[in-house]
Ligand binder design. Structure first.
Ligand code: ACM
Ligand code: ZN
Length: 489
Protein backbone atom coordinates (compact mmCIF):
# COMPACT_ATOMS: atom_id res chain seq x y z
CA UNK A 1 0.00 0.00 0.00
CA UNK A 2 2.86 2.40 0.78
CA UNK A 3 4.30 1.82 -2.67
CA UNK A 4 0.87 2.44 -4.20
CA UNK A 5 0.71 5.75 -2.31
CA UNK A 6 4.10 6.81 -3.65
CA UNK A 7 3.12 5.86 -7.17
CA UNK A 8 -0.18 7.72 -6.80
CA UNK A 9 1.74 10.91 -6.04
CA UNK A 10 3.87 10.26 -9.13
CA UNK A 11 0.82 10.74 -11.34
CA UNK A 12 0.18 14.35 -12.32
CA UNK A 13 -3.34 14.16 -10.90
CA UNK A 14 -4.73 16.69 -8.39
CA UNK A 15 -6.04 15.67 -5.96
CA UNK A 16 -3.64 12.73 -5.78
CA UNK A 17 -5.60 9.47 -5.68
CA UNK A 18 -5.51 6.99 -2.84
CA UNK A 19 -3.46 4.47 -4.79
CA UNK A 20 -2.03 3.64 -8.18
CA UNK A 21 -0.51 0.38 -9.34
CA UNK A 22 1.26 0.25 -12.70
CA UNK A 23 -0.11 -3.25 -13.39
CA UNK A 24 -3.81 -3.90 -13.94
CA UNK A 25 -5.17 -4.78 -10.52
CA UNK A 26 -7.76 -7.56 -10.68
CA UNK A 27 -8.76 -7.54 -7.02
CA UNK A 28 -12.45 -7.09 -6.28
CA UNK A 29 -13.58 -3.45 -6.23
CA UNK A 30 -16.68 -4.34 -4.21
CA UNK A 31 -14.51 -5.95 -1.53
CA UNK A 32 -12.02 -3.07 -1.52
CA UNK A 33 -14.73 -0.53 -0.72
CA UNK A 34 -16.44 -2.60 1.97
CA UNK A 35 -14.47 -1.02 4.82
CA UNK A 36 -15.21 2.54 3.67
CA UNK A 37 -17.85 4.86 5.07
CA UNK A 38 -21.07 4.90 2.99
CA UNK A 39 -20.35 8.44 1.73
CA UNK A 40 -16.87 7.33 0.65
CA UNK A 41 -18.26 4.28 -1.14
CA UNK A 42 -20.61 6.59 -3.01
CA UNK A 43 -17.66 8.39 -4.61
CA UNK A 44 -15.15 5.54 -4.77
CA UNK A 45 -13.96 4.29 -8.14
CA UNK A 46 -11.43 2.05 -9.77
CA UNK A 47 -9.97 3.07 -13.11
CA UNK A 48 -7.97 0.53 -15.06
CA UNK A 49 -6.05 1.42 -18.20
CA UNK A 50 -4.73 -1.45 -20.28
CA UNK A 51 -3.48 -0.68 -23.76
CA UNK A 52 -6.16 1.48 -25.32
CA UNK A 53 -8.84 0.08 -23.03
CA UNK A 54 -10.21 2.02 -20.09
CA UNK A 55 -12.38 0.30 -17.50
CA UNK A 56 -14.29 2.12 -14.77
CA UNK A 57 -15.72 0.42 -11.70
CA UNK A 58 -17.95 2.35 -9.29
CA UNK A 59 -21.03 1.76 -7.17
CA UNK A 60 -22.87 4.92 -8.22
CA UNK A 61 -23.13 7.50 -10.96
CA UNK A 62 -21.20 9.82 -8.69
CA UNK A 63 -18.31 7.37 -8.42
CA UNK A 64 -18.43 7.00 -12.16
CA UNK A 65 -18.28 10.79 -12.53
CA UNK A 66 -15.22 11.02 -10.28
CA UNK A 67 -13.50 8.35 -12.41
CA UNK A 68 -14.32 10.19 -15.63
CA UNK A 69 -12.98 13.40 -14.04
CA UNK A 70 -9.71 11.62 -13.29
CA UNK A 71 -9.56 10.47 -16.88
CA UNK A 72 -10.32 13.96 -18.18
CA UNK A 73 -7.61 15.53 -16.05
CA UNK A 74 -5.00 12.94 -16.99
CA UNK A 75 -5.81 13.38 -20.69
CA UNK A 76 -5.62 17.18 -20.36
CA UNK A 77 -2.19 16.72 -18.76
CA UNK A 78 -1.13 14.43 -21.60
CA UNK A 79 -0.78 11.44 -19.31
CA UNK A 80 -2.73 8.21 -19.39
CA UNK A 81 -0.65 5.74 -17.41
CA UNK A 82 -1.12 2.02 -17.75
CA UNK A 83 -2.32 0.49 -14.54
CA UNK A 84 -5.05 0.89 -11.93
CA UNK A 85 -6.12 3.87 -9.86
CA UNK A 86 -8.19 3.12 -6.76
CA UNK A 87 -9.63 6.20 -5.20
CA UNK A 88 -12.13 7.68 -2.75
CA UNK A 89 -12.41 10.94 -0.79
CA UNK A 90 -11.04 11.69 2.67
CA UNK A 91 -13.84 14.19 3.48
CA UNK A 92 -17.46 14.43 2.43
CA UNK A 93 -17.55 18.26 2.44
CA UNK A 94 -15.02 19.76 0.02
CA UNK A 95 -16.04 23.33 -0.42
CA UNK A 96 -15.50 26.78 -1.80
CA UNK A 97 -17.30 29.92 -0.66
CA UNK A 98 -17.73 32.84 -3.03
CA UNK A 99 -18.84 36.23 -1.68
CA UNK A 100 -21.18 37.70 -4.27
CA UNK A 101 -22.33 40.55 -2.03
CA UNK A 102 -19.21 42.67 -1.75
CA UNK A 103 -18.48 42.16 -5.45
CA UNK A 104 -21.03 40.71 -7.84
CA UNK A 105 -19.44 38.48 -10.47
CA UNK A 106 -22.38 36.94 -12.33
CA UNK A 107 -23.55 33.60 -13.71
CA UNK A 108 -20.77 33.00 -16.21
CA UNK A 109 -18.18 33.40 -13.45
CA UNK A 110 -20.02 31.01 -11.13
CA UNK A 111 -20.42 28.31 -13.78
CA UNK A 112 -16.76 28.61 -14.72
CA UNK A 113 -15.70 28.12 -11.10
CA UNK A 114 -18.06 25.13 -10.83
CA UNK A 115 -16.27 23.59 -13.82
CA UNK A 116 -12.91 24.02 -12.09
CA UNK A 117 -14.32 22.68 -8.82
CA UNK A 118 -15.57 19.57 -10.61
CA UNK A 119 -12.14 19.04 -12.15
CA UNK A 120 -10.67 19.16 -8.63
CA UNK A 121 -13.35 16.85 -7.17
CA UNK A 122 -14.74 19.59 -4.93
CA UNK A 123 -18.41 19.09 -4.15
CA UNK A 124 -19.82 22.14 -2.29
CA UNK A 125 -20.25 25.68 -3.57
CA UNK A 126 -21.25 27.98 -0.71
CA UNK A 127 -22.70 31.26 -1.97
CA UNK A 128 -22.57 34.26 0.37
CA UNK A 129 -25.66 35.88 -1.15
CA UNK A 130 -26.10 38.91 1.04
CA UNK A 131 -24.11 41.24 3.24
CA UNK A 132 -24.15 44.93 4.06
CA UNK A 133 -22.76 45.67 0.59
CA UNK A 134 -25.79 44.32 -1.27
CA UNK A 135 -28.52 41.68 -1.45
CA UNK A 136 -28.01 39.35 -4.42
CA UNK A 137 -30.98 37.01 -4.57
CA UNK A 138 -34.42 37.76 -5.94
CA UNK A 139 -37.12 37.72 -3.29
CA UNK A 140 -40.80 37.90 -4.16
CA UNK A 141 -41.93 38.44 -0.59
CA UNK A 142 -39.44 41.26 0.08
CA UNK A 143 -38.65 42.66 -3.39
CA UNK A 144 -37.03 45.86 -2.10
CA UNK A 145 -34.08 43.80 -0.87
CA UNK A 146 -32.84 43.72 -4.45
CA UNK A 147 -34.69 46.78 -5.79
CA UNK A 148 -33.05 49.03 -3.21
CA UNK A 149 -29.71 47.37 -2.37
CA UNK A 150 -28.50 45.23 -5.29
CA UNK A 151 -27.05 48.35 -6.92
CA UNK A 152 -24.82 50.91 -5.33
CA UNK A 153 -22.72 53.97 -6.01
CA UNK A 154 -19.15 52.70 -6.09
CA UNK A 155 -18.01 49.89 -8.34
CA UNK A 156 -15.56 48.55 -5.78
CA UNK A 157 -16.47 47.88 -2.19
CA UNK A 158 -14.02 50.54 -1.05
CA UNK A 159 -15.34 53.17 -3.45
CA UNK A 160 -18.77 52.42 -2.01
CA UNK A 161 -17.41 52.68 1.52
CA UNK A 162 -15.59 55.95 0.76
CA UNK A 163 -18.84 57.35 -0.65
CA UNK A 164 -20.63 56.57 2.64
CA UNK A 165 -22.44 53.39 1.61
CA UNK A 166 -24.87 54.78 -0.94
CA UNK A 167 -27.24 52.28 -2.49
CA UNK A 168 -29.05 53.02 -5.74
CA UNK A 169 -31.69 51.71 -8.08
CA UNK A 170 -30.78 49.74 -11.20
CA UNK A 171 -31.46 52.72 -13.47
CA UNK A 172 -29.55 55.30 -11.40
CA UNK A 173 -26.79 56.75 -13.60
CA UNK A 174 -23.42 55.41 -12.45
CA UNK A 175 -24.89 52.63 -10.28
CA UNK A 176 -23.24 49.19 -10.42
CA UNK A 177 -24.30 45.79 -9.12
CA UNK A 178 -26.88 43.14 -9.84
CA UNK A 179 -28.61 40.14 -8.37
CA UNK A 180 -29.44 36.56 -9.26
CA UNK A 181 -33.00 35.72 -10.22
CA UNK A 182 -34.50 32.55 -8.81
CA UNK A 183 -34.56 31.12 -12.33
CA UNK A 184 -30.80 31.74 -12.61
CA UNK A 185 -30.11 30.13 -9.25
CA UNK A 186 -32.23 27.09 -10.19
CA UNK A 187 -30.19 26.87 -13.38
CA UNK A 188 -26.99 27.07 -11.36
CA UNK A 189 -28.16 24.43 -8.89
CA UNK A 190 -28.88 22.09 -11.82
CA UNK A 191 -25.55 22.91 -13.49
CA UNK A 192 -23.74 22.14 -10.25
CA UNK A 193 -25.76 18.97 -9.60
CA UNK A 194 -24.77 17.59 -13.01
CA UNK A 195 -21.20 17.87 -11.68
CA UNK A 196 -22.08 16.41 -8.26
CA UNK A 197 -21.70 19.77 -6.57
CA UNK A 198 -24.23 21.01 -4.01
CA UNK A 199 -24.91 24.74 -3.81
CA UNK A 200 -25.34 25.89 -0.21
CA UNK A 201 -26.94 29.34 0.04
CA UNK A 202 -26.02 31.68 2.85
CA UNK A 203 -28.43 34.29 4.17
CA UNK A 204 -26.45 36.29 6.69
CA UNK A 205 -27.94 37.28 10.07
CA UNK A 206 -28.07 39.11 12.45
CA UNK A 207 -24.81 40.99 11.71
CA UNK A 208 -23.47 42.04 8.28
CA UNK A 209 -27.04 43.12 7.49
CA UNK A 210 -27.02 46.85 6.91
CA UNK A 211 -28.67 46.41 3.51
CA UNK A 212 -31.70 44.65 4.99
CA UNK A 213 -32.39 47.52 7.38
CA UNK A 214 -31.94 49.95 4.50
CA UNK A 215 -34.57 48.19 2.39
CA UNK A 216 -36.93 47.34 5.27
CA UNK A 217 -36.41 49.69 8.24
CA UNK A 218 -38.95 47.73 10.33
CA UNK A 219 -36.16 45.21 11.11
CA UNK A 220 -34.05 47.92 12.77
CA UNK A 221 -33.72 48.52 16.49
CA UNK A 222 -35.98 51.22 17.92
CA UNK A 223 -34.88 53.91 20.36
CA UNK A 224 -37.15 54.84 23.31
CA UNK A 225 -38.27 58.03 21.48
CA UNK A 226 -39.56 55.96 18.55
CA UNK A 227 -36.71 56.72 16.14
CA UNK A 228 -35.16 53.80 14.28
CA UNK A 229 -31.46 53.00 14.37
CA UNK A 230 -30.90 53.68 10.66
CA UNK A 231 -27.63 52.51 9.19
CA UNK A 232 -27.26 49.74 11.78
CA UNK A 233 -25.09 46.71 10.96
CA UNK A 234 -27.29 44.28 12.92
CA UNK A 235 -30.91 43.27 12.60
CA UNK A 236 -33.09 43.73 15.66
CA UNK A 237 -33.54 40.35 17.36
CA UNK A 238 -36.30 41.76 19.59
CA UNK A 239 -38.62 42.65 16.79
CA UNK A 240 -41.19 40.25 15.21
CA UNK A 241 -40.78 42.03 11.85
CA UNK A 242 -37.25 40.66 11.72
CA UNK A 243 -38.48 37.06 11.97
CA UNK A 244 -41.27 37.64 9.46
CA UNK A 245 -38.71 38.83 6.93
CA UNK A 246 -36.09 36.17 7.65
CA UNK A 247 -38.57 33.31 7.61
CA UNK A 248 -40.26 34.47 4.41
CA UNK A 249 -36.90 34.85 2.70
CA UNK A 250 -35.59 31.51 3.99
CA UNK A 251 -38.72 29.80 2.74
CA UNK A 252 -38.04 31.22 -0.72
CA UNK A 253 -34.39 30.20 -0.42
CA UNK A 254 -35.29 26.62 0.51
CA UNK A 255 -37.64 26.54 -2.45
CA UNK A 256 -34.80 27.41 -4.83
CA UNK A 257 -31.91 25.49 -3.22
CA UNK A 258 -32.49 21.78 -2.45
CA UNK A 259 -29.30 21.62 -0.34
CA UNK A 260 -29.73 19.74 2.97
CA UNK A 261 -27.87 22.66 4.59
CA UNK A 262 -28.80 26.33 4.78
CA UNK A 263 -26.07 28.70 5.98
CA UNK A 264 -27.40 31.43 8.28
CA UNK A 265 -24.17 33.35 8.87
CA UNK A 266 -24.13 34.37 12.52
CA UNK A 267 -20.69 36.01 12.51
CA UNK A 268 -19.55 39.37 13.80
CA UNK A 269 -22.80 40.84 15.12
CA UNK A 270 -21.74 44.07 16.83
CA UNK A 271 -24.86 44.05 19.07
CA UNK A 272 -24.37 47.82 19.50
CA UNK A 273 -27.96 48.87 18.95
CA UNK A 274 -29.47 46.03 20.98
CA UNK A 275 -28.72 47.65 24.33
CA UNK A 276 -30.55 50.84 23.28
CA UNK A 277 -33.64 49.24 21.76
CA UNK A 278 -37.10 49.01 23.31
CA UNK A 279 -37.94 45.81 21.43
CA UNK A 280 -34.68 44.14 22.43
CA UNK A 281 -35.30 45.20 26.06
CA UNK A 282 -38.77 43.66 25.98
CA UNK A 283 -37.47 40.42 24.49
CA UNK A 284 -34.72 40.23 27.10
CA UNK A 285 -37.24 40.70 29.88
CA UNK A 286 -39.60 38.04 28.46
CA UNK A 287 -36.75 35.57 28.13
CA UNK A 288 -35.08 36.44 31.42
CA UNK A 289 -31.82 37.42 29.76
CA UNK A 290 -29.17 39.43 31.58
CA UNK A 291 -26.87 40.18 28.61
CA UNK A 292 -27.72 41.48 25.13
CA UNK A 293 -25.49 38.77 23.68
CA UNK A 294 -28.12 36.20 24.63
CA UNK A 295 -30.34 37.76 21.97
CA UNK A 296 -28.02 36.38 19.31
CA UNK A 297 -28.61 32.87 20.68
CA UNK A 298 -32.36 33.55 20.72
CA UNK A 299 -32.33 34.53 17.04
CA UNK A 300 -30.12 31.64 15.93
CA UNK A 301 -32.17 29.05 17.84
CA UNK A 302 -35.44 30.44 16.55
CA UNK A 303 -34.19 30.40 12.96
CA UNK A 304 -32.75 26.91 13.48
CA UNK A 305 -36.21 25.71 14.55
CA UNK A 306 -37.72 27.22 11.44
CA UNK A 307 -35.13 25.71 9.10
CA UNK A 308 -35.22 22.27 10.72
CA UNK A 309 -39.06 22.29 10.61
CA UNK A 310 -38.55 22.45 6.84
CA UNK A 311 -36.27 19.43 6.88
CA UNK A 312 -32.95 21.25 6.54
CA UNK A 313 -29.99 21.79 8.85
CA UNK A 314 -28.33 25.12 9.55
CA UNK A 315 -24.65 25.91 9.21
CA UNK A 316 -23.37 28.94 11.11
CA UNK A 317 -19.98 30.62 11.53
CA UNK A 318 -18.27 29.64 14.79
CA UNK A 319 -19.78 32.56 16.76
CA UNK A 320 -23.05 30.58 16.97
CA UNK A 321 -21.36 28.32 19.54
CA UNK A 322 -21.06 31.19 22.02
CA UNK A 323 -24.73 31.68 22.75
CA UNK A 324 -26.19 28.18 22.60
CA UNK A 325 -27.34 26.34 19.52
CA UNK A 326 -28.97 22.90 19.02
CA UNK A 327 -26.70 19.94 18.46
CA UNK A 328 -27.92 19.48 14.91
CA UNK A 329 -26.40 22.81 13.81
CA UNK A 330 -23.16 22.56 11.84
CA UNK A 331 -20.39 24.89 12.97
CA UNK A 332 -18.04 26.42 10.41
CA UNK A 333 -14.76 27.31 12.06
CA UNK A 334 -13.22 30.49 10.65
CA UNK A 335 -11.44 32.26 13.54
CA UNK A 336 -8.66 29.71 13.41
CA UNK A 337 -9.43 26.13 14.42
CA UNK A 338 -10.45 26.52 18.07
CA UNK A 339 -14.15 26.88 17.28
CA UNK A 340 -14.06 23.65 15.29
CA UNK A 341 -12.37 21.73 18.07
CA UNK A 342 -14.79 23.06 20.67
CA UNK A 343 -17.83 22.43 18.47
CA UNK A 344 -16.82 18.82 17.78
CA UNK A 345 -16.36 18.24 21.52
CA UNK A 346 -19.94 19.46 21.99
CA UNK A 347 -21.19 17.01 19.37
CA UNK A 348 -21.61 19.40 16.46
CA UNK A 349 -20.62 18.49 12.95
CA UNK A 350 -17.85 20.80 11.82
CA UNK A 351 -16.58 22.40 8.63
CA UNK A 352 -13.06 23.77 8.82
CA UNK A 353 -12.23 27.00 6.99
CA UNK A 354 -9.79 28.71 9.36
CA UNK A 355 -8.66 32.15 8.21
CA UNK A 356 -5.07 31.08 8.91
CA UNK A 357 -5.03 28.69 5.92
CA UNK A 358 -8.31 28.76 4.01
CA UNK A 359 -8.94 32.46 3.37
CA UNK A 360 -7.87 32.97 -0.21
CA UNK A 361 -8.53 36.70 -0.05
CA UNK A 362 -5.33 36.81 2.03
CA UNK A 363 -2.00 37.55 0.35
CA UNK A 364 -0.49 34.65 -1.58
CA UNK A 365 2.85 36.39 -2.01
CA UNK A 366 4.75 39.52 -0.98
CA UNK A 367 2.66 42.62 -0.42
CA UNK A 368 4.82 44.64 -2.80
CA UNK A 369 4.26 42.29 -5.76
CA UNK A 370 0.58 41.45 -5.22
CA UNK A 371 -2.68 43.31 -5.66
CA UNK A 372 -3.95 44.69 -2.36
CA UNK A 373 -5.16 41.80 -0.20
CA UNK A 374 -5.78 40.94 3.42
CA UNK A 375 -3.99 39.54 6.39
CA UNK A 376 -1.10 37.20 6.76
CA UNK A 377 0.60 35.30 3.98
CA UNK A 378 -1.35 32.25 2.79
CA UNK A 379 1.09 31.01 0.19
CA UNK A 380 0.44 27.90 -1.88
CA UNK A 381 2.79 25.96 0.32
CA UNK A 382 1.30 27.23 3.55
CA UNK A 383 -2.22 26.50 2.32
CA UNK A 384 -1.12 23.01 1.28
CA UNK A 385 0.32 22.34 4.73
CA UNK A 386 -3.10 22.63 6.35
CA UNK A 387 -4.32 19.61 8.33
CA UNK A 388 -8.04 19.93 9.15
CA UNK A 389 -8.09 17.36 11.93
CA UNK A 390 -6.82 19.70 14.62
CA UNK A 391 -5.45 18.29 17.88
CA UNK A 392 -8.33 17.44 20.18
CA UNK A 393 -10.91 17.34 17.43
CA UNK A 394 -13.44 14.53 17.30
CA UNK A 395 -12.72 12.92 13.87
CA UNK A 396 -16.24 11.60 13.33
CA UNK A 397 -17.61 15.15 13.57
CA UNK A 398 -15.30 16.62 10.93
CA UNK A 399 -17.34 16.92 7.73
CA UNK A 400 -14.57 18.54 5.76
CA UNK A 401 -12.81 21.68 4.63
CA UNK A 402 -13.58 24.78 2.69
CA UNK A 403 -11.81 27.72 1.08
CA UNK A 404 -13.44 31.13 1.47
CA UNK A 405 -13.05 34.02 -0.94
CA UNK A 406 -14.27 37.29 0.55
CA UNK A 407 -14.41 39.92 -2.14
CA UNK A 408 -14.13 43.38 -0.55
CA UNK A 409 -10.88 43.80 -2.49
CA UNK A 410 -11.73 41.56 -5.44
CA UNK A 411 -14.04 43.40 -7.84
CA UNK A 412 -13.49 41.40 -11.01
CA UNK A 413 -13.86 37.78 -12.08
CA UNK A 414 -10.24 37.77 -13.29
CA UNK A 415 -9.01 38.93 -9.91
CA UNK A 416 -11.11 36.31 -8.13
CA UNK A 417 -9.58 33.56 -10.26
CA UNK A 418 -6.12 34.96 -9.59
CA UNK A 419 -6.73 34.54 -5.85
CA UNK A 420 -8.27 31.07 -6.22
CA UNK A 421 -5.76 29.33 -8.47
CA UNK A 422 -3.57 27.54 -7.69
CA UNK A 423 -4.46 27.69 -3.98
CA UNK A 424 -7.75 25.89 -4.61
CA UNK A 425 -5.69 22.97 -5.93
CA UNK A 426 -4.02 22.72 -2.50
CA UNK A 427 -7.37 22.82 -0.73
CA UNK A 428 -8.74 20.13 -3.07
CA UNK A 429 -5.87 17.80 -2.25
CA UNK A 430 -6.29 18.40 1.49
CA UNK A 431 -9.99 17.62 1.10
CA UNK A 432 -9.65 14.43 -0.93
CA UNK A 433 -6.22 12.81 -0.55
CA UNK A 434 -5.22 10.81 2.55
CA UNK A 435 -3.06 13.01 4.82
CA UNK A 436 -0.31 10.39 4.73
CA UNK A 437 -0.05 10.70 0.93
CA UNK A 438 0.40 14.48 0.88
CA UNK A 439 3.83 15.81 -0.01
CA UNK A 440 4.50 19.40 -1.03
CA UNK A 441 7.33 19.19 -3.53
CA UNK A 442 5.54 16.69 -5.71
CA UNK A 443 2.33 18.65 -5.35
CA UNK A 444 4.01 21.84 -6.53
CA UNK A 445 5.16 20.19 -9.74
CA UNK A 446 1.70 18.77 -10.34
CA UNK A 447 0.10 22.13 -9.57
CA UNK A 448 2.44 23.85 -12.02
CA UNK A 449 1.28 21.47 -14.77
CA UNK A 450 -2.41 21.80 -13.90
CA UNK A 451 -2.15 25.59 -13.83
CA UNK A 452 -1.21 25.41 -17.51
CA UNK A 453 -4.34 23.37 -18.17
CA UNK A 454 -6.44 25.94 -16.32
CA UNK A 455 -4.81 28.79 -18.23
CA UNK A 456 -5.46 27.03 -21.54
CA UNK A 457 -9.10 26.84 -20.45
CA UNK A 458 -9.21 30.59 -19.87
CA UNK A 459 -8.64 30.88 -16.12
CA UNK A 460 -6.55 33.77 -14.87
CA UNK A 461 -4.17 32.22 -12.35
CA UNK A 462 -1.43 33.50 -10.09
CA UNK A 463 1.92 33.03 -11.87
CA UNK A 464 3.76 30.32 -9.94
CA UNK A 465 6.98 31.10 -11.81
CA UNK A 466 7.16 34.50 -10.11
CA UNK A 467 6.62 33.17 -6.61
CA UNK A 468 8.97 34.82 -4.11
CA UNK A 469 11.41 32.94 -1.89
CA UNK A 470 9.28 33.76 1.12
CA UNK A 471 6.14 32.30 -0.42
CA UNK A 472 8.05 29.24 -1.63
CA UNK A 473 9.42 28.71 1.86
CA UNK A 474 5.94 28.20 3.25
CA UNK A 475 6.53 30.60 6.12
CA UNK A 476 3.53 32.55 7.28
CA UNK A 477 5.47 35.58 8.47
CA UNK A 478 8.64 37.35 7.49
CA UNK A 479 11.60 36.03 9.46
CA UNK A 480 13.46 38.70 11.50
CA UNK A 481 15.90 40.90 9.57
CA UNK A 482 19.07 39.02 8.63
CA UNK A 483 17.60 35.54 9.08
CA UNK A 484 17.75 33.76 5.71
CA UNK A 485 14.58 32.32 4.22
CA UNK A 486 14.96 28.54 3.86
CA UNK A 487 14.28 27.41 0.29
CA UNK A 488 14.26 23.72 -0.41
CA UNK A 489 12.15 23.29 -3.48
C1 ACM B 1 -16.00 35.71 8.48
O1 ACM B 1 -14.93 35.70 7.89
N1 ACM B 1 -16.46 36.82 9.07
C2 ACM B 1 -16.82 34.50 8.58
ZN1 ZN C 1 -33.63 45.74 18.83
Amino acid sequence: MILAFLLAAALKLIPAPVSFTPEPDHSSFKKAVEQLEPWQRQEAYKLTVKGEQVKIEALSEEGNFRARTTLEQLRALGELPQGTIFDYPRFRHRGLMLDESRSFHGMEFLKKQIDAMALLKLNVLHLHLDDSAGWRLESESYPDLTALTAWRMGYTYHEWEAGRYRFARADTPGATGGFYTKAQMRELVAYAAERYITVIPEIEMPGHSMEVGYAYPQVLCELPDGRLHTGAWDLCPGNEATYRLLEAVLKEVMDVFPSPFIHIGGDEATMKTWSQCVNCARRMQEEGYTEVKQLQGYLVRRIERFVSAHGRRIIGWDEILETGVPQDAVVQSWRGSAGGVQASAQGHDVIMSPNTHCYFNYYQDLIRKEPKAVGELVSLRFAYGYEPLAPGMEPARLLGVQANLWTELIPTAEHAEYMLYPRLLALAETAWTPASAKEYKGFRKRARALVDVLRARGYNTFDMDTESDLARSGLQRFPPEGVPIPIDD
